[in-house]
Design a protein around this ligand. Structure first.
Ligand SMILES: [Zn+2]
Length: 161
């Protein structure tokens, strides 16, 4: 994706979410990102800024984050990028449906640091996926983008109001 400025990111979020925590951007390698995702230091909130296909329109969404249960060690798969992690590699992220007065939400397990783009390119420092896939990177990128689109669509955030 193309690089985005701090002020642009800020402008994607409503006033009641300001001041928004945004990590330092100077070391971000935008060329290997399909979306820009980060987690607040409190660990309870995640943010995703994603470009829409075909133009430079961006959407900024807010996700509630909860650690997945730690009862038994097990493998966990990210529902966006299909990376298979060892225990605690994912977290449960949920999103409110816009226009539902906070009554409706949905969610699923995602890479806990919202770093799917690094996962599908094997750029994360910890182990590669436990499930080997034969599909190529372009298809993985497409699948990731489709997953994000589905979330934008389901939450009524695909189109600006
Ligand atoms: Zn992922």
């Amino acid at each position: 994706m193309q690089s985005i400025s701090r002020s642009k990111i800020q402008s994607l979020y409503p006033v009641d979410q300001q001041p928004l925590y945004i990590p330092p951007l100077q070391y971000v390698d935008w060329a290997v990102l399909d979306y820009f995702g980060w987690v607040q230091p409190s660990h309870h909130v995640g943010y995703v800024v994603a470009p829409l296909a075909g133009n430079n329109d961006l959407r900024g969404i807010t996700l509630q984050r909860a650690s997945s249960s730690k009862e038994k060690p097990r493998y966990e798969m990210c529902s966006w990028c299909n990376h298979v992690h060892p225990t605690n590699g994912t977290a449960m992220f949920s999103m409110k449906v816009r226009g539902s007065d906070d009554r409706k939400s949905f969610g699923n397990a995602l890479c806990r640091n919202l770093d799917c783009s690094l996962r599908i390119r094997n750029l994360a420092s910890d182990p590669p996926s436990y499930m080997n896939e034969t599909i190529n990177l372009a298809n993985k990128v497409q699948r990731l983008q489709n997953s994000i689109y589905r979330w934008l669509y389901r939450s009524n955030c695909l189109y600006e109001t």
